[in-house]
Design a protein around this ligand. Structure first.
Ligand SMILES: Cc1cc2nc3c(=O)[nH]c(=O)nc-3n(C[C@H](O)[C@H](O)[C@H](O)COP(=O)(O)OP(=O)(O)OC[C@H]3O[C@@H](n4cnc5c(N)ncnc54)[C@H](O)[C@@H]3O)c2cc1C
Length: 501
């Protein structure tokens, strides 16, 4: 396969425009077109990111002050999980993004989690050990002054429609050509490669590489090339969502809240001009109407005239993400439900891997197969982390939560992590052995397992074991992080500076 000079990206959702921006930056001489249907809308949800989006904007040299104001965006340092595990005795726990100052405290976190696994009653709440959770508690923007010597990781919340428009503008400035067409026919070569796309009004578009960003429809990969889809429905039960907005919060949080409800969970995502909410649920356990009523009741909107949108989700991934001369990205390649907001992260990392490995060389079948293996593995590892949230829940208010707890369809990798934890072995070593640190690393797994309270009963206070030191107290971590906080400004203040107010 020769270097792909002419690239046709089909789909103008966030995936299509992110891909166009990254490819145009990497290959300024390539002829890149984005075909966006004027008749078929984008999905228009997906308002939370991981820290990889920060890298995306840095790659494109776009400062936060420019794009955040244009997309009503806020910072995200943390996800707060509420009501997932009543048996833990904690109403909520945090999964913060991991910043450099956490290198100072994460060993203390692991050590206390280990002590607690041995039955000792010590502090193990993730939010007490990790800087970004302190930022979340104080609603501080995670942006450091020049003299602060540590890197802080953060993601964002944003309006998906506005982000799409912003990226379209940036891509077209970088000479990407926008073609407002609806593709009606895909013509193949005798060897199965895609030869050209034909629009409803008869225009044809040929290219060397075709990128399928057509959303759940997966026009090129599934409908044309018949690449099989591996469903995750047997261990991720949620297949539906209902979404609705409320007014913006006065003090804008820097975290997403994920609250467990009767048959799924609801997000709260703060934007500058509104607050996004959505209930992600399983239609096998609750109807769409019941879910909407429950979300309205959760938000205090039972009698309010607020429009709800209902969505279906196809959870799983393609068996091949790159097949023939076609690459699939975004919902067209697969989707893992949005509990950790990983969809755009997967799009971005997939494009980055593609660009890194193939920009200067001819693509061989072996490279294609290696790429497919890498991306499949990424989907699998993200899925495992999400599955663990459901498997470890301790709610007893519905068949849904009991069925999730009883789920035995767990990957070997996940079984080994849980086994390591229950056997009181070294979880850090296990995560390293499985090479999981580029997905969800050791600290994230400690947050999850500790957050759900996956511990034995506390031992009798008189046992020798209670003589173990408690590094949380010894290192005076709360004082250390409270001191760090003095370097960060309240998010509302920084956003107003960005807006020039
Ligand atoms: C309930 C829910 C919550 C989510 N939350 C998050 C989150 O918090 N964080 C996150 O990262 N992601 C989230 N996602 C995923 C996120 O919405 C998507 O990954 C993201 O919007 C990218 O979508 P897309 O571009 O792949 O598809 P779409 O937005 O569906 O775009 C598809 C594009 O293809 C075009 N198209 C389709 N058919 C044709 C055709 N025949 N001819 C020409 N053009 C065509 C359409 O016009 C459109 O432009 C969520 C998804 C759901 C369902």
């Amino acid at each position: 396969m020769a270097f792909m000079h002419r690239i046709a990206i089909v789909g103008g959702g966030t995936a299509g425009w992110m891909t166009a921006c990254l490819m145009a930056k990497a290959w300024p001489d390539a002829d890149i077109r984005v075909i966006e249907s004027p008749d078929i809308g984008i999905i228009g949800v997906g308002e939370g990111s991981t820290p990889s989006l920060k890298r995306f904007f840095q790659t494109l040299n776009i400062p936060d002050s420019e794009w955040m104001s244009a997309c009503n965006a806020t910072y995200k340092t943390n996800i707060e999980f509420v009501d997932w595990s009543p048996a833990s005795g904690r109403q909520s726990y945090s999964h913060p993004f991991i910043s450099q100052p956490d290198h100072f405290s994460e060993r203390a976190f692991y050590s206390n989690c280990f002590s607690r696994r041995m039955g000792i009653d010590v502090e193990t709440r993730p939010e007490k050990f990790l800087l970004n959770a302190y930022l979340a508690a104080a609603a501080r923007a995670p942006v450091t002054p020049a003299n602060f010597p540590f890197r802080i990781e953060y993601g964002y919340h944003f309006d998906a429609f506005l982000l799409g428009q912003f990226l379209r503008q940036k891509a077209t400035e970088a000479k990407v050509q926008l073609m407002p067409l609806t593709i009606a026919q895909v013509v193949q070569q005798p060897n199965g490669d895609i030869k050209e796309l034909v629009s409803q009004d008869g225009q044809s578009v040929s290219a060397d590489l075709f990128v399928d960003c057509t959303g759940f429809g997966s026009l090129l990969m599934q409908q044309t090339l018949a690449v099989p889809f591996e469903s995750f429905a047997s261990n991720l039960f949620n297949d539906s969502a209902v979404v609705m907005p409320t007014a913006a919060l006065a003090k804008l949080p820097v975290q997403t809240k994920a609250t467990a409800l009767s048959n799924g969970w609801a997000w709260q995502i703060p934007l500058q001009n509104r607050t996004g909410h959505g209930y992600v649920f399983s239609s096998a356990f609750i109807t769409a109407d019941q879910a909407e009523t429950e979300l309205r009741s959760h938000l205090g909107l039972l009698d309010a005239d607020v429009q709800a949108r209902h969505l279906k989700m196809n959870v799983g991934q393609l068996k091949q993400h790159w097949h023939k001369n076609c690459l699939a990205l975004g919902l067209a390649q697969g989707f893992i439900e949005p509990l950790e907001a990983t969809a755009l992260h997967l799009v971005q990392t997939a494009v980055e891997i593609f660009i890194d490995q193939y920009s200067c060389s001819e693509a061989t079948a072996a490279q294609q197969s290696r790429y497919n293996q890498l991306i499949t593995e990424r989907f699998d590892k993200v899925r495992d982390y999400i599955v663990a949230h459901y498997k470890l829940n301790s709610r007893d208010d519905s068949d849904y939560w009991r069925a999730n707890r009883a789920n035995t369809d767990l990957s070997d990798s996940l079984l080994q992590i849980l086994d390591c934890w229950y056997r009181k072995n070294d979880l850090d070593q296990e995560i390293k052995r499985q090479q999981l640190n580029s997905h969800f690393g050791t600290t994230s797994w400690h947050c999850l397992l500790s957050g759900y309270g996956v511990y034995p009963a506390v031992a009798e206070p008189s046992t020798d074991i209670n003589q173990r030191p408690d590094p949380f107290k010894q290192m005076q971590l709360e004082g250390f992080f409270s001191g760090c906080l003095l370097n960060f400004m309240p998010q509302n203040e920084l956003l107003s500076i960005y807006q020039g107010n």
